[in-house]
Design a binder for this molecule. Structure first.
Ligand code: 3HC
Ligand code: NAI
Length: 705
């Protein structure tokens, strides 16, 4: 089957890319388009040409798999040149997603028609890149400089309607896009429409005031900390004001190459693939199909139950939410309504859309109302006895084949499943707060969870716009288990002499949105306090929590009480250093008897991050996570690890596993071996000089397929 097909309908030729799943512009696609263009040029019968695609989408961009490999000829610029020089009228027929290089090819056609619902964008910055095939030069010529800049620097796609209004497309279509494109091309031929070459259009810069680019740079730098691509994108687009088209394209290519070989882009491309690979369940029998989920039940309408209900309602899935009383139902509904108000204020939803979503959530106090549910998620207090009791109830009322899930953060999912007569249908679905917004979902595979149930959860995660990562059962699963060491070291560092704001600053500078103390103030210091009292004391280093425990006992629970590690002015989320908490810290330092010293930024960083690697390696060795990239996905989407550093395991590979193992040994000698114990896998990789990703891909290639 040809990757680029060809067809003639009267005087109109169709060049149709057929490279599933997303028609990425691979080498064969590039070569195929060039060949087809040569073919139509030589055919005197052909008056117009459609550049289109078969399948679920127009071309969604360059083939990301080729980046970082030796270049394969012909390159995308050669295709654009062929398009730009063709003497036949060229129309791009857009549907699905016209992104990156796909949109650039469309821009090089003379006209564009798009099916309603098409998304058009230059998302390259999300991969640490900039448009590399003329997008920075052609897009401003079509939509104006400011709009092009916004699209390229934000990476956000626009709708077909917005594209029509901006001048990026010339016509909208409904129904069959190819039929509509042929009719449009025939009309243009009949009207002797000009071959409108985008490269020849003038750019309107009349609305660009003096200092515009400086101001734009400043605004962008503030929100794209640590990234080089947005700055390079601005530079590429700015060239439109001073260079002709051809110089602008050469300049863009130079900047594109700079972005392509940046550390950030390499890391972001790793994340892109890790977020796709994570959906694959190793060794799954291909005959297994997911179950249908048309109706969901949620037990508990608190912080998590409410957010989870919203997440399903947002995907159009009806929810029955069970609470202890009518009052509790009403309170839950009020909280959900208030959350939705925020989305209305931000212009993300209309009043009518919110009403539609709320109408999908029905409150009840009666378990019998779960009879129709295909999936029931329990999100009540973190108490084993209560959860067990609820699962016995659910087992009684749920229809055969319904899936039962717990949102527990730490409790043993196997013990919960054992309360039912259907342990194969039980698993953990660990959402993150706020559950309607956070992308991460840990899918906890209990010992007896049926693969069909696991597959259903993986598919469902995508349907509700989450990234599902499978974890086996262990204390804290992947994310919270790793968090313990990170928080412990932050706590010990401040007892040894570092200030909380120093620790937070180092972590912020590394790229996290917030440091550990600011995060704990936000989440509530009492949450960890209560948890620590539920688990055996030997799990924790009591010294690490001296400050936090004292603060909670003083009623300082974080932002919600106006003070925690920091203090907060009424209505503000801005942490301020607080002498009261400094006084408590001074007392606790004394009581712990730790010698005080100045602690450098490097030590702070490594003490906080190496425990992630240490624990991550154990998680892999114990088969709690399938792949190192899965751990990266968890920490990027659930804990704010900077995506442009690739996640903790990718970052460890870049630092060098051997170096980390050596540092852990030194920390063990200076701080005691209780926590600083490299496990089997870390030691092995260090000895063999291998990285996590390298080792897993070599040793277990099948888990990536
Ligand atoms: N290259 C290679 N593979 C790609 C790809 C690309 N550009 N885009 C998607 N894929 C693959 C995915 O890895 C996935 O593979 P898998 O099934 O083996 O896991 C498969 O296509 C389907 O992708 P999704 O599951 O994401 O499908 P969706 O329907 O949910 O989304 C999409 C489709 C909106 C196209 C989304 O995949 C997407 O946003 N892709 C990235 C688009 C992009 O960034 N394009 C710009 C590339 S850079 C570029 O063009 C540079 C140029 O300027 C020179
Ligand atoms: P919460 O205290 O906000 O809500 C619990 C809700 O359950 C309350 O509204 C309560 O009325 C209801 N409830 C209690 N017993 C019930 C019963 N028998 N039947 C029906 N409803 C009952 O608690 P939160 O924070 O929502 O946590 C719920 C679960 O989610 C816990 O297991 C927790 O560990 C987990 N979790 C919490 C996260 C968080 O950030 N808050 C994150 C991820 C998981």
């Amino acid at each position: 089957m040809a990757v680029v097909g060809f067809e003639k309908r009267g005087e109109v030729a169709l060049i149709l890319v057929d490279n599933p799943p997303v028609n990425a512009i691979s080498r064969q696609v590039r070569a195929g388009i060039i060949d087809r263009i040569i073919q139509v040029q030589e055919d005197p019968q052909v008056k117009a040409v459609i550049l289109g695609a078969i399948g679920r989408t127009f071309m969604a961009g360059a083939d990301i798999k080729e980046f970082g490999q030796p270049p394969l000829e012909p390159g995308l610029p050669a295709v654009l040149q062929a398009l730009d020089h063709t003497p036949k009228l060229m129309v791009a027929a857009l549907f699905g997603s016209a992104l990156g290089g796909g949109l650039e090819l469309a821009q090089a056609c003379h006209y564009r028609i798009a099916l309603k619902g098409t998304k058009l964008g230059q998302p390259e910055v999300n991969l640490g890149l900039i448009p590399g095939a003329g997008g920075s030069q052609r897009l401003p010529r079509l939509v104006g400089l400011k709009k092009a800049l916004e699209m390229i620097v934000s990476g956000r796609p626009i709708s077909a309607e917005e594209a029509l209004e901006a001048g990026l497309v010339d016509r909208l279509a409904e129904g069959d896009i190819l039929e509509a494109a042929v009719a449009f091309a025939e009309q243009m031929v009949a009207e002797h429409a000009a071959l409108r070459r985008t490269s020849m259009l003038d750019v309107d810069t009349s609305d660009i005031e003096a200092g515009f680019f400086d101001a734009y740079r400043q605004k962008t730098a503030a929100r794209s900390r640590g990234l080089v691509a947005p700055e390079l994108a601005i530079e590429a687009v700015e060239a439109v004001t001073s260079m002709n088209f051809s110089d602008g394209v050469t300049n863009e290519r130079r900047l594109f190459m700079q972005a392509l070989y940046s550390k950030e882009s390499e890391a972001l491309r790793h994340v892109f693939f890790a977020e796709h690979v994570v959906r694959r369940i190793p060794h799954l029998d291909p005959m297994i199909k997911p179950r249908r989920i048309d109706a969901v039940g949620v037990v508990g309408g608190g912080t998590m139950g409410g957010g989870i209900s919203m997440a399903f309602a947002n995907a159009g899935i009806p929810v029955t939410m069970l609470e202890v009383s009518d009052q509790a139902i009403e309170a839950a509904k009020q909280r959900m309504r208030a959350n939705y108000q925020g989305a209305i204020k931000r212009g993300k939803l209309t009043e009518a859309e919110v009403e539609e979503r709320l109408a999908l959530i029905r409150g009840t106090t009666n378990y019998e109302d779960f009879g129709e549910a295909d999936l029931i998620i329990e999100a009540v207090f973190e108490q084993m006895d209560l959860k067990k009791e609820i699962f016995r109830e659910l087992d009684r009322v749920a229809r055969p084949g319904a899936i039962l899930a717990t949102n527990t953060s730490y409790l043993d999912t196997n013990a919960i499943a054992a309360e039912t007569n259907r342990p194969g249908d039980v698993l953990g679905l660990h959402f993150f707060s706020p559950a309607n917004l956070m992308r991460l979902l840990e899918i906890v595979k209990a010992a007896k969870t049926h693969p069909e149930v696991l597959l259903t959860a993986v598919k469902l995660a995508k349907r509700i716009s989450k990234i599902g990562v499978i974890s086996a059962v262990c204390h804290g699963f992947i994310g919270n288990r790793m968090l313990e060491g990170y928080i412990r070291e932050a706590g010990l560092l401040v007892l040894e002499g570092a200030e909380p704001q120093d620790v937070d600053q180092v972590i912020y500078d590394f790229g996290f949105a917030m440091g550990p103390f600011a995060v704990m103030d936000l989440a509530g210091l009492d949450i960890g306090y209560m948890l620590r009292r539920q688990f055996p004391a030997e799990r924790f280093d009591a010294n690490a929590y001296r400050l936090l425990d004292r603060l909670v006992e003083m009623g300082r629970k974080g932002q919600k009480t106006g003070a925690g590690v920091y203090k907060y002015e009424a209505g503000s989320r801005q942490p301020q250093i607080d002498p009261v908490s400094e006084g408590v810290l001074a007392e606790e330092r004394k009581a712990a008897g730790f010698p005080q010293r100045r602690i450098g930024d490097e030590e702070i960083l490594l003490r906080c991050l190496f425990p992630l690697v240490l624990e991550g390696a154990k998680i892999l060795d114990e088969n709690v996570a399938y792949r190192p990239g899965d751990i990266d996905v968890v920490w990027i989407n659930g804990y704010g690890f900077p995506a442009y550093k690739g996640g903790p395991m990718y970052w460890a590979d870049k630092v060098g596993v051997g170096k980390i193992e050596a540092a852990i040994e030194i920390f063990g000698e200076t701080h005691g071996g209780r926590w600083w114990q490299a496990g089997r896998l870390l030691k092995y990789l260090s000895r063999e000089g291998l990285g996590f990703e390298e080792y897993y891909r070599q040793k277990f290639p099948s888990i990536y397929e």
